[in-house]
Design a binder for this molecule. Structure first.
Ligand code: 5AD
Ligand code: SF4
Length: 484
């Protein structure tokens, strides 16, 4: 049995305590593997399982880059892996449970090859209880680290291998932003569209949400570093960037600049990269100047994902969302004044503690009034450590499920209506993937972000073509390419 070393343990309370005004420190890292890691990695295979949001996808890309630089090759399956990494998501309970199921499968690999290294990182590992649970129930897991110390990966892996120990290093918080992490060829999941972090963490503390505890306080990257990453991606042939942050409109608030996100978006647009998207904005921080930038630059896509969470002022208050239903609607009106054809999507939580029938009806009426083009809907999932977890909740689960179904039906109706409006029109489509079932079917996205399938070959991946829409379904369109 390997010795357990607890270098640092997560603490939700400590994560919540850090002063949001504490200045951010910027560090430039020159990360490359040393001779020991390169020779350990030579010829070995790694397998990464990523759960959750785009921030996790991007973290996994960075970790993939570290592993590829160690001369390792990637595999999709545990059965020939020498290193297995789980990058976890804590946003809802089912994402967490998924991990425990997959760990059971990783155990089969360990039973056949006892020197396989099994590691877990990501948001679940930022919480005390799951870390203790993993240590007790999955003795074959030998490395645990958090969202705030992925840049320590090489030294952690080296310690874990040299000392043959189970190592846990989860820093509750970080006031650091690291630059200088180089992408190893093939480390990004797409060759067409890239995620670019613009900020990390969240200061909002919505009462249901675990993110401010697992990803720490807001830290913005410097504008020049973001722009140089976008330029570099453009040179490599990337056609699209998606600017990422838990709360993108808080970008630059740590530099005390309210217009920082609008300025940044404009600078990114001026790089001339073909397509720019961003996610996720927070309604009351959203500065309408951003709408002007979206309207001015055709390479900023006419799409906005603006999470509302609930249509009831009573629930919004209990969620600690810092806007009212009326303020949200007036922001959407402002947006549509400047960008009449914007594709508007949202997130909604159903069944927040003690949500009444009236509260829920207000959510339905808001959705009908706004007429979203699409929405992600979730049933409230109590997350230990958040204020909403401690709220008494009298609403039975079957009532929550019924509400969820009603909302889902309404959203699907609206999505179907929205998709019909595309039929007969032409759009510039950026092709991103080939169908797994049919090599002659490729898929891409319209500027609005609507998924579209056409007949075409894989040589078109990464190209933008004019496509006429022939048919619409709820979640996708069918079209034909009309230029060559
Ligand atoms: N339960 C259900 N949904 C949640 N979300 C965040 N936390 C929870 C939770 N505890 C949803 C919000 C957020 C999206 C990413 O996930 O709608 O916008
Ligand atoms: Fe969570 Fe709210 Fe921050 Fe979004 S804004 S990450 S929902 S706390």
């Amino acid at each position: 049995m390997k010795q357990l070393r607890l270098k640092s343990l997560p603490s939700l309370r400590e994560a919540a305590r850090r002063n949001p005004n504490q200045p951010v420190s910027y560090r430039t890292l020159d990360l490359s593997p040393n001779a020991f890691l390169s020779s350990w990695g030579e010829g070995k295979r790694f397998c990464i399982r990523t759960y959750g949001c785009q921030a996790n996808v991007r973290d996994s890309e960075i970790l993939r880059s570290f592993l590829l630089a160690m001369n390792m090759k990637e595999t999709d399956s545990f059965s020939d892996a020498d290193f297995i990494l789980f990058n976890t998501c804590a946003i809802r309970e089912n994402a967490e449970n998924h991990l425990y199921g997959e760990l059971g499968q990783a155990k089969d690999r360990y039973n056949k090859k006892s020197d396989v290294i099994i590691a877990i990182c990501g948001c679940v590992m930022q919480e005390e209880v799951p870390v203790k649970y993993v240590l007790d129930h999955f003795p074959f897991v030998s490395l645990i680290f958090g969202t705030n110390n992925i840049t320590a990966f090489y030294s952690l892996l080296e310690d874990c291998l040299k000392n043959e120990e189970r190592l846990v290093d989860v820093q509750a918080n970080s006031d650091l932003v690291y630059e200088g992490i180089k992408d190893f060829t093939g480390s990004r999941q797409s060759k067409v569209s890239a995620f670019v972090n613009i900020m990390y963490g969240c200061n909002k503390f919505c009462t249901y949400c675990i993110v401010p505890y697992t990803r720490g306080r807001e830290r913005s990257r410097k504008e020049e570093d973001i722009i140089s990453e976008v330029n570099c991606l453009k040179e490599q042939g990337y056609k699209q960037v998606t600017l990422l942050g838990q709360n993108v409109d808080a970008y630059g608030k740590d530099f005390f600049d309210t217009y920082a996100f609008a300025h940044l978006l404009e600078k990114v647009a001026q790089t001339g990269i073909e397509r720019i998207r961003f996610t996720t904005p927070y309604p009351s921080d959203f500065n309408p100047v951003v709408f002007d930038v979206m309207a001015k630059y055709p390479n900023v896509m006419p799409a906005l994902h603006l999470p509302v969470q609930s249509g009831s002022n009573n629930i919004l208050k209990k969620m600690n969302r810092r806007y009212t239903r009326e303020e949200y609607i007036s922001l959407v009106n402002e947006l549509r004044k400047r960008l009449p054809n914007v594709f508007l999507t949202t997130d909604i939580i159903v069944g927040f503690p003690n949500e009444t029938d009236e509260d829920f009806e207000e959510t339905l009426s808001l959705v009908k009034e706004i007429k979203y083009d699409a929405a992600f809907t979730f049933i409230f999932s109590p997350r230990p450590g958040t204020p909403a977890y401690r709220m008494k909740d009298e609403t039975p689960m079957d009532v929550k499920h019924q509400r969820f179904e009603r909302l889902k039906t309404l959203i699907d109706e609206l999505s179907t209506e929205s998709a019909k409006k595309f039929v007969g029109n032409t759009y510039k489509v950026l092709f991103e993937t080939v169908s797994k079932k049919d090599n002659n079917r490729i898929s891409g996205y319209t500027p609005e972000g609507k998924l579209i399938h056409v007949t075409g070959d894989k040589g078109l991946i990464g190209q933008i073509k004019t496509v006429k829409v022939l048919e619409s379904h709820t979640y996708s369109l069918i079209g034909e390419i009309i230029d060559d």
